[in-house]
Design a protein around this ligand. Structure first.
Ligand code: ATP
Ligand code: MG
Length: 765
């Protein structure tokens, strides 16, 4: 007899049992072929919680997909009975593809996605039980902050002193821990607005319910609440999801962990895979402790460790393993490979970011000539803004590229906004640009002001800018609108007149300052805001490098974006280290290994040792993306805020064992720099002797034009440099030494003014 109808029956199971892959591929074991013993154990393990805890490239994701295939092929499960969670949409798509190729057909009806995507599906079905309607909207961070701001205003809390963004972050962290307003203790409330944060949080949740909306954190937290309060509903999911599989488990936060634990109470058939050394989302509430506690939380759990790495060459593996061994908070593991030696890691010292981008571009061209596919090449940077230099270079070279997990530099919101300001400055009649920014940052100009202006624009057949000017001469605009638009028009006129007398860089800086755009981002304390500010700074760096006028720069950018719109399939990938998790490439370039850039200064300032260890895990993730070739580079000079600064090579370079670095590496060059910084340390663990490594480590490299060789020549036979001496520097020209501090010199340059530089770049004049 059929079971009684379930009021919440989940009906989207389009695959009738008879057509399940299990019935199609009778007892095939092809999906187990080639797996090693431990992998096979994990794939075929039955009943009870299972944790696969293993280093990078050991086949964790492969185990997960093979396990899904195994469940289906052996008939132990139907697609609808499997729930699989991963970290990004891209990873989810790749997993679906892998499963499909293993079972020889699409795995229709399987729930495989991110926590958020699955959370939405659950909540749409039971929205009423958490106080929502099933057609609820999902707010983005902007909406979220606006709502919080309204609540702060209603409470009479000064938004300048206690910015809505900050509270939004606090609330997000509470949600990461599944703390509903009633669970936030007095201690948790903290300093914000004299301890009122928890109260505003309560109001915020009420308001969200009133407007039938959720934010991202709710997508997980509401599920937890739903299942905790309604065991009957949880029961439905227990009946449905007989097998749960989780990738990248080390990066789950507390809410996601509770979510999983509730679901797993059903059959206890939960399989999590992860690597404590790859936990890189601590700043977003990920708790590496979840993975370390697995056995306690899931009694009787089986733990499988995988030690054989199938991805990288021994040199890459050894270097990454050695680097990560500098972290204290880790379980520690051994990795081995049967692969042949392969290429050593190349460490390259370059003069500046431009040279780094050129060098990497040339190297990629060389690989291309050797018939390497571009899709097998990636450049992994620490922060989003770093992609600009490469993008410009690649576009100039005509090298197709894509930015993964983000937008191309000139397509990013803040860059488009800034460019829109520039466009209106240059050409007042650029209506599209004007519309884009006329109320960004907010100036109290809503739709009604725009309607008025559009009417004038249409009837008089003039531009919006001109329409505004005319409206200001009449009484069409009132109060705040009049004031704001009056200021805006006056600003644009002034900025334009500046173009005749000031440098284009100065004009753009002024525009960003006076328009309030920079301040808007500064007050915005969300993690994204910092990245946006960095992008704006990078824009002015780009402008500086472009030695011409603002109109010419705008044209340059317009052409860049046009050229970038190619749809080649074979493209180089550019992305942040965070976005590279789980991916692999034959060749990986890791530029910008300099103190402050990587490790990131903010991470160090905010989190101290914990921050440093998370940065090191990022370095480990970066190196272990490479199958065959890894190139690490650092520049001696970076332009930051339009100032050239001498950069100090990253401490992580010092943690790469010299025995695995290419002969041609600039290890010696690096050692020369680091001697000043680290006081000539000898790193016992890596056998890297910083005191005695002079120019010996630095031999010819394919990557360089003569400047580096010049530098080496100088290093090999360094003249005594004394205060008062006249010297020559390749970038800054002639100058006189004012002070000597280790290997750093203060020099008063004849043209470039006072600068701090490294002695390696100086020649006696
Ligand atoms: P990460 O920690 O980076 O997520 P991972 O542990 O998930 O890595 P996978 O991506 O599953 O590792 O596997 C790494 C590479 O090794 C893939 O190319 C995969 O196909 C290959 N691989 C895994 N196991 C085997 C095996 N038994 N035989 C051959 N190749 C394998
Ligand atoms: Mg993986």
């Amino acid at each position: 007899m059929a079971p009684p109808a379930d009021p919440f029956e989940i009906t989207d199971d389009p695959v009738p049992a008879a057509s399940e892959p299990a019935r199609r591929a009778v007892a095939s074991t092809a999906h187990l072929d080639g797996l090693n013993d431990e992998q096979r154990l994990a794939v075929t393990h039955q009943g009870g919680p299972l944790l696969v805890l293993a280093g990078a490239g050991t086949g964790k994701t492969r185990v997960l997909t093979s396990r899904i295939a195994h469940l289906l092929i052996t008939g132990r499960a139907r697609t609808s009975q499997i729930l699989s969670v991963t970290f990004t949409n891209k990873a989810a798509r790749e997993m679906l593809d892998r499963v499909a190729s293993l079972i020889g057909g699409a795995a229709d009806g399987m729930w495989l996605g991110t926590f958020h995507a699955i959370g939405v599906r659950v909540l749409r079905r039971h929205a009423e039980l958490v106080g929502l309607k099933s057609n609820f909207t999902i707010l983005d961070t902007d909406d979220q902050t606006r709502l919080i701001k309204q609540l702060l205003q209603a409470e009479g809390i000064d938004d300048k002193k206690w910015p809505a963004r900050v509270l939004s972050g606090i609330i997000q962290r509470w949600k990461d821990r599944a703390l509903t307003p009633d669970k936030v203790s007095g201690d948790e409330a903290g300093e914000f607005a004299g301890g009122k944060a928890a109260e505003i949080y309560r109001q915020y949740q009420e308001r969200l319910a009133e407007v039938n909306a959720v934010d991202f954190g709710d997508l997980v937290m509401h599920c937890v609440t739903l299942w905790q309060k309604h065991p009957d509903i949880l029961e439905i999911y227990h009946r449905r999801f007989r097998h749960i599989l989780v990738d990248e488990y080390q990066d789950t936060n507390v809410a996601q962990y509770l979510w999983l634990r509730l679901l797993a109470q059903g059959t206890q058939d939960i399989c999590c895979v992860g690597d404590d050394d790859q936990s890189i989302y601590g700043w977003r509430g990920a708790e590496v402790g979840n993975i370390l506690r697995f056995e306690k939380d899931f009694p009787g759990a089986t733990i499988v460790r995988l030690e054989r790495n199938y991805r990288s060459t021994p040199h890459i593996l050894a270097a990454a393993s050695h680097l990560i061994s500098h972290n204290e908070g880790r379980l520690g593991k051994t990795l081995w490979t049967e692969m042949k030696e392969g290429e050593r890691i190349a460490v390259r010292g370059v003069w500046d970011g431009g040279e780094e981008a050129r060098g990497i571009g040339e190297e990629i061209e060389a690989l291309q000539r050797d018939k390497h596919r571009l899709s097998q090449i990636a450049i992994l940077v620490r922060a989003g803004f770093q992609t600009r230099e490469f993008e410009e270079r690649f576009i100039t070279m005509g090298l197709p590229y894509r930015v993964i997990g983000g937008l191309r530099f000139y397509e990013r919101q803040e860059i488009r906004d800034a460019l829109a300001y520039c466009r209106v400055t240059v050409q007042h009649d650029d209506d599209l640009a004007f519309e884009r920014i006329y109320n960004t940052p907010r100036r109290g100009l809503g739709e009604s002001a725009l309607r008025t202006l559009r009417l004038i624009q249409r009837t008089q057949k003039i531009s919006l800018f001109e329409a505004t000017r005319r409206a200001l001469e009449t009484d069409e605009l009132k109060g705040r609108q009049r004031k704001s638009l009056g200021e805006l028009i006056a600003n644009f006129e002034r900025w334009r007149s500046m173009l005749d007398v000031s440098s284009h860089v100065k004009v753009v800086e002024t525009i960003l300052d006076e328009s309030g755009y920079t301040d808007m981002l500064r007050l915005d304390r969300s993690p994204e805001a910092e990245g946006r500010l960095e992008n704006l700074r990078e824009l002015t760096t780009g402008l500086q490098e472009f030695d011409s006028s603002l109109p010419a720069f705008l044209e340059h950018v317009a052409l860049l974006t046009d050229m970038a719109d190619r749809s080649d399939t074979d493209m180089v990938s550019l992305m942040t280290l965070h976005a590279a998790k789980g991916l692999e490439f034959d060749t990986v370039f890791l530029p910008g290994w300099e103190e402050g850039v990587f490790p990131n200064q903010r991470a160090l300032d905010d989190k101290g040792l914990a921050g440093l260890e998370e940065e090191r895990r990022l370095a480990y993730v970066g190196l272990t993306r490479a199958r065959k070739r890894a190139y690490v580079s650092f520049a001696a000079n970076r332009r930051i805020f339009n100032q050239w600064q001498a950069a100090i090579p990253s401490r992580f370079l010092r943690e790469l064992p010299v025995g695995h670095l290419a002969e041609s590496s600039d290890a010696g060059l690096y050692a020369t720099y680091s001697a000043g910084h680290h006081g000539g340390l000898r790193d016992q663990s890596s056998g890297f002797d910083y005191e005695n490594l002079g120019s010996g480590g630095a031999r010819r490299t394919r990557w360089r034009d003569e400047t580096l060789d010049d530098r080496r020549a100088v290093e090999g036979d360094k003249p005594d440099l004394n205060v008062g001496q006249r010297v020559f520097h390749q970038k800054f020209g002639y100058g006189r030494i004012v002070a000597v501090d280790g290997n750093k010199l203060d020099i008063e340059f004849e043209k470039a003014g006072p600068k701090k530089v490294l002695d390696s770049f100086i020649e006696a004049a």
